[in-house]
Write a protein that binds this ligand. Structure first.
Ligand SMILES: [Fe+2]
Length: 298
């Protein structure tokens, strides 16, 4: 766990090595109020087993620090891990939120999974945020940017000199996240990123993933100024057309995330597992031959 001290806030970053995901606890130094952002619910695909290992590590930190969790936030419906938002929200009696366009993602994927009874109205969350909406964590004022591109529902949470940009940007040496999932859009991603990079230069941008580029250890934060100077995909001077060409070429070489077909059917339910069918157990559905395999050696 890494801790970042900012003027009014403290950000603790928790890394899930299995999925390369970063999960965060944002705390207001003045009041000890906190928000948990993008927590992971562990899933072992070989055993089909879930666990709360990551979420419990976050909860231990919250409890040790005496924090009061006021929100459990997701930036978007994740394609590579299950969300632990329901587990942590229930534990702390906190509301869960995501971007309002999650309704579009639900509509898209309920057809892909053939889940006609799944309500595609966002009712699985307590609050759906639109662009410009505000929220508070203790005395920290937050606001929401609509940041589509990686998914059609992605949002960014900005709290003063800190922003949670999820899978729009990656660290500057890795560039950006893919835009080729159903509902993704490289043009939209570029514009979302330019909006994020118009925040003040010293804003700390916390990313959703890092895999440790070229042997360096995984990292999760770079400032707006660092991205504008060094981001290999979107530093200042790179045009939308250049970015879209780079992003599209790269996306064509990427296999789908190993857990995508398992994860999205859980995450469009707000992170809840499907209802039990037999023996108290839930089952996942996999749409066969809906997606093309990508040959990684080509
Ligand atoms: Fe993602």
């Amino acid at each position: 766990m890494d801790v970042f001290e900012r003027e009014k806030s403290r950000v603790a970053a928790f890394y899930d090595k299995k999925t390369g995901s970063y999960q965060y606890v944002l705390a207001d130094k003045a009041t000890r109020a906190a928000a948990i952002i993008d927590p992971v619910f562990d899933y072992d695909e070989k055993a089909g087993a879930t666990s709360t290992r990551n979420a419990d590590a976050i909860a231990r930190y919250v409890d040790d620090e005496g924090l009061k969790v006021e929100w459990v936030l997701d930036t978007h419906p994740h394609a590579d891990h299950f969300s632990a938002a329901p587990y942590l929200a229930e534990k702390y009696g906190a509301p869960r939120a995501i971007g309002e366009k999650v309704v579009g993602v639900q509509k898209l994927w309920k057809d892909i999974y053939c889940l006609p009874d799944l309500p595609a109205d966002g009712s699985q969350w307590d609050r759906l945020f639109a662009a410009g909406d505000t929220l508070r964590v203790g005395e920290l004022d937050g606001r929401v940017l609509f940041s589509p591109g990686h998914t059609m529902a992605s949002i960014t949470y900005v709290f003063g000199d800190v922003a949670f940009v999820h899978d729009t940007l990656m660290m500057p040496d890795a560039g950006t996240s893919r835009a080729d999932f159903p509902g993704g859009d490289a043009h939209a991603l570029y514009r979302s990123i330019r909006e994020i990079l118009s925040l003040p230069d010293d804003t700390a941008l916390f990313v959703g993933h890092d895999y440790g580029k070229d042997g360096r250890d995984p990292m999760c934060m770079a400032t707006v100024a660092q991205h504008r100077a060094d981001n290999v995909h979107v530093k200042d001077g790179i045009s939308e057309e250049e970015f879209v060409a780079t992003r599209t070429k790269r996306d064509a070489t990427l296999p789908l995330p190993a857990l995508m077909l398992a994860a999205l059917q859980v995450n469009i339910r707000g992170g809840r597992l499907p209802d039990p069918e037999c023996d108290g157990r839930a089952f996942l559905k996999i749409p066969l031959n809906r997606f093309e395999p990508v040959d990684e050696d080509e």
